[in-house]
Design a protein around this ligand. Structure first.
Ligand code: GTP
Length: 804
């Protein structure tokens, strides 16, 4: 073996040692030898010869039924008289093995050392049966075995189930496909050297192993052909053509081998005897005699070594690059545990200050959205606060219906109560005040909830402000979180009081002079307009019906049934049915005997509203501008049409014909319009006749489950409802605007501004340093592991650097 080769072997062994002992996995991607071939082709036999140990289960049927990943680990020899240039590696000679401490370990039985290799064989059989069953089934779950020896190369060998065509026993129907995939997976790795084993007593053109190998290694660069069972070839035939590379071109060539036969195995023929017999076979065989030195297990072992060497040489630059990457990563990880410059007692203060500042900065930048660790998966930090303001708080305000919890009865009672013993004048403004204030209070719950949600969000943020470095000092981290949480809690009170005040301020004074407020007159006019619109539609429909009827009558007249005049009269009565009720109501309401009329005062208030100063005055009548037309209609409702001969009744105008209904704030009730129909001046008798039919018929008042309201009460109730909605909307808008501002100012910004100072003043105390810088045991050991790993990588890089 060339000295460079030995150097390389040593390097690989050293690297492997480093890697295995410190990392515990093969992160350097060192070479492995994968043995492939059809079933019973002699794969396990070849593998055993390479290792030089009799430790694999053998038999004539299917034996290897789970992948066996065999890691050979070179350990220093205990022997004083280490053989100098002995073929220490492969195969084992009794001389090289004697006195060596060799053992095997299974991954599934950690800690148990197998000194007896017969036991290893039995354990493989047991473990195979445990997963793959005992009836020829196979499994892709590997068995991991490590062999520690001074006379092995540190490398990985993989024995795989052989390719079969026909399923037997418990084997699945697609056994061929499954094993093919399994093998392909292993040999596809570029660091694998493929040992393609074909038995010489089967035609090479049928070799499945070569076919598979060519698929992943078309240039034949990392495939070694092994021809087994040369002793079993028919007499008179030989494999010379194949072995000399004339049949199947393979860069690394074919090597013939004669392994132990089944009989040899059963007779426990020692390895060394078998190797002697093999040597003898080639030397004495007429066909192979001339190439005997290029045949046999020993030559295979040498070739394999050589191939490994060049393979390792090729891979070294890659390994070096990989090592550099690993070093960089480990260095970074180590740095995340803290700056080494700050270790030591004298630096404790600066370390705490530095960690504190980072914590505060991280808290602020999470809120501002400038943190470098911003998630792209979910909303976080400041964005969540915006979401709370905009969506959660905004939507919860929007969903409040300002009058939904006010029943007709509530409003009526409020109206009655607000007027006291006096008969009320025009618009019951006292009732409006009385009713709107509790409604404004509805805004408080969402406001307070908004404060709480933002507070909770800030608490969450401060829990995420830690770093890897900080987690090294769990007590300091806990304290930092505690101080910031205290600060936030302190601000919670003032902030929620302020929000409470905002609502109280709104309730303290009802500014009906607000430019956006609908006002009584405008509310009334909208009621009128709604009614008029509806009425116009009804009238149009009636007109059409009349015309139709007239046409029918004309036709009937021709037939001599009825006179057109009579029909017209009847038709008119019929058509007016729904309207006459109101006419009747109106005619009654205008009676001087009515109980509670205030039309006069209403008109007067309206006038006052129009001329009132825009500046709000406490107790001012519900103002607002009235469109001219609407006002006329409104006045007509109360006073009758000009020139109709009615005079304004003194004060007690009865509007108390019961109308049974629920006036929903969403409905479009229309009082004025219905009453205006009183102008149609129906004969009293007709009105009386149809009166009873009106109960519950009006489409505007579809419900019949609330207490009877007088016409006037219904009007007032609806009016109040509209006014409450209008005023509530104004306040809602203000609250939606002001609560987020208050929360930002009093809670968020304030906390951001003082967090750093607060942390320093609470925690930067000499006597706390010791306690705060208590290092978490787990993190400490992680950090130490990381340090060790980095040193290993550095050492490995040094080893490689010496060769390259
Ligand atoms: N005579 C002779 N028998 C051999 C030779 N190589 C292997 N055998 C026998 O062939 C049988 C199968 O050998 P293994 O090494 O178990 O073959 P394998 O490919 O690992 O088998 P599976 O793992 O079951 O696929 C055993 O009985 C071996 O003794 C050889 O070169 N000459």
């Amino acid at each position: 073996m060339a000295s460079l080769g030995e150097d390389l072997l040593n390097i690989v062994n050293k690297l492997q040692d480093l890697v295995f002992n410190t990392i515990g996995n093969d992160s350097l991607d060192l070479p492995q030898i994968v043995v492939v071939g059809s079933q019973s082709s002699g794969k396990s036999s070849v593998l055993e010869n390479i290792v030089g140990r009799d430790f694999l289960p053998r038999g004539s049927g299917i034996v290897t039924r789970r992948p066996l990943i065999l890691q050979l680990i070179n350990v220093p020899s205990d022997r004083e008289d280490k053989p100098g240039n002995d073929e220490v590696h492969i195969p084992h000679t009794p001389a090289s093995v004697a006195g060596q401490n060799e053992w095997a370990e299974f991954l599934h039985e950690p800690g148990r050392r197998f000194q007896d290799f017969q036991e290893v064989k039995q354990e493989i059989e047991r473990e195979t049966a445990r997963i793959a069953g005992s009836n020829k089934g196979i499994s892709r779950q590997p068995i991991n075995l490590k062999i520690y020896s001074p006379s092995v190369l540190s490398l990985t060998l993989v024995d795989l189930p052989g390719l079969t065509k026909v399923p037997i026993g418990d084997q699945p129907g697609d056994i061929e496909k499954q094993t093919r995939n399994l093998i392909s997976e292993y040999i596809a790795k570029p660091n694998s050297i493929i040992l393609a084993v074909s038995p010489a007593n089967v035609d090479i053109v049928n070799s499945e192993a070569l076919k598979l190998a060519r698929h992943v290694d078309p240039m034949g660069k990392r495939t070694i052909g092994v021809l087994t069972k040369l002793d079993l070839m028919d007499h008179g035939t030989n494999a010379l053509d194949i072995l000399s590379g004339r049949v199947y071109p393979l860069k690394l060539g074919f090597i013939g081998a004669v392994n132990r036969s089944q009989q040899d195995i059963q007779g426990n023929k020692p390895m060394s005897d078998a190797l002697d017999a093999e040597r003898h076979f080639f030397r004495s065989h007429p066909a192979y005699r001339n190439m005997a030195n290029r045949c046999g297990t020993q030559y295979l072992a040498k070739t394999l070594n050589g191939t490994l060497m060049s393979h390792i040489r090729d891979r070294l630059p890659d390994i070096k690059a990989r090592l550099n990457t690993l070093m960089g990563q480990t260095q970074q990880e180590l740095a995340s545990y803290g700056d080494a410059a700050f270790t030591g007692k004298e630096h404790r203060g600066s370390l705490i200050l530095q960690l504190m500042t980072r914590f505060a900065t991280s808290f602020i930048s999470s809120i501002d959205g400038t943190s470098s660790e911003i998630s792209t998966k979910e909303l976080c930090g400041g964005a969540r606060i915006y979401y709370i303001f905009n969506s959660v708080f905004g939507n919860s305000l929007e969903t409040i219906d300002p009058t939904t919890n006010l029943s007709v009865l509530d409003i009526r009672t409020a109206i009655r109560n607000s007027t006291g013993p006096r008969p009320s004048l025009f618009v019951p403004e006292g009732a409006f005040d009385l009713l709107v204030k509790p409604q404004i209070k509805l805004l408080e719950i969402p406001g307070q909830r908004c404060v709480e949600l933002v507070y909770e969000e800030l608490i969450k943020i401060c829990h995420t402000c830690g770093s890897n470095e900080l987690s090294r000092y769990p007590r300091l981290q806990g304290k930092l979180i505690e101080v910031v949480s205290d600060l936030l809690r302190e601000r919670l009170g003032p902030c929620s009081h302020y929000v409470e005040s905002l609502i109280s301020i709104q309730r303290a004074y009802i500014n009906t002079n607000h430019p956006n407020f609908l006002g009584a007159a405008a509310a009334m006019s909208s009621v009128i307009n709604d009614k008029q619109e509806r009425e116009r539609k009804i009238a149009l429909a009636e007109e059409r019906r009349k015309r139709e009827r007239r046409r029918m009558k004309e036709l009937n007249g021709v037939n001599g049934v009825e006179t057109p005049e009579e029909e017209e009269e009847l038709g008119a009565q019929h058509v007016e049915l729904p309207m006459r009720g109101h006419a009747s109501k109106m005619s009654r309401s205008l009676s001087p005997n009515g109980a509670r009329g205030t039309t006069h005062s209403l008109a007067a208030t309206l006038q006052q509203g129009r001329s009132a100063s825009p500046a709000a005055r406490p107790g001012q009548a519900l103002g607002g501008q009235v469109p001219g037309g609407a006002r006329d209609s409104f006045l007509n409702y109360f006073f009758g049409k000009e020139g109709n001969g009615n005079t304004i009744p003194p004060t007690h105008v009865a509007l108390d014909r019961p109308v049974s209904r629920q006036v929903s704030s969403h409905a479009e009730p229309s009082f004025a319009g219905s009453i205006r129909r009183g102008d149609t001046r129906m004969p009293e008798s007709v009105l009386e006749d149809i009166e009873p039919n009106l109960q519950g018929e009006d489409p505007l008042f579809p419900y019949d489950d609330t207490p009877a309201l007088s016409e006037r009460e219904a009007l007032e109730t609806e009016l109040i409802r509209r006014l409450i909605s209008s005023y509530f909307n104004i306040v809602r808008e203000m609250i939606a605007d002001q609560v987020p501002k208050a929360v930002m100012h009093l809670l968020v910004n304030h906390s951001k501004d003082v967090v750093q100072n607060r942390l320093v003043s609470s925690l930067y105390k000499e006597d706390l340093f010791e306690e705060l810088l208590y290092e978490d045991d787990n993190i400490k050991s992680e950090r130490e592991k990381c340090e060790k790993l980095l040193n290993t990588y550095k050492e490995a890089a040094k080893i490689i650097g010496e060769v390259l």
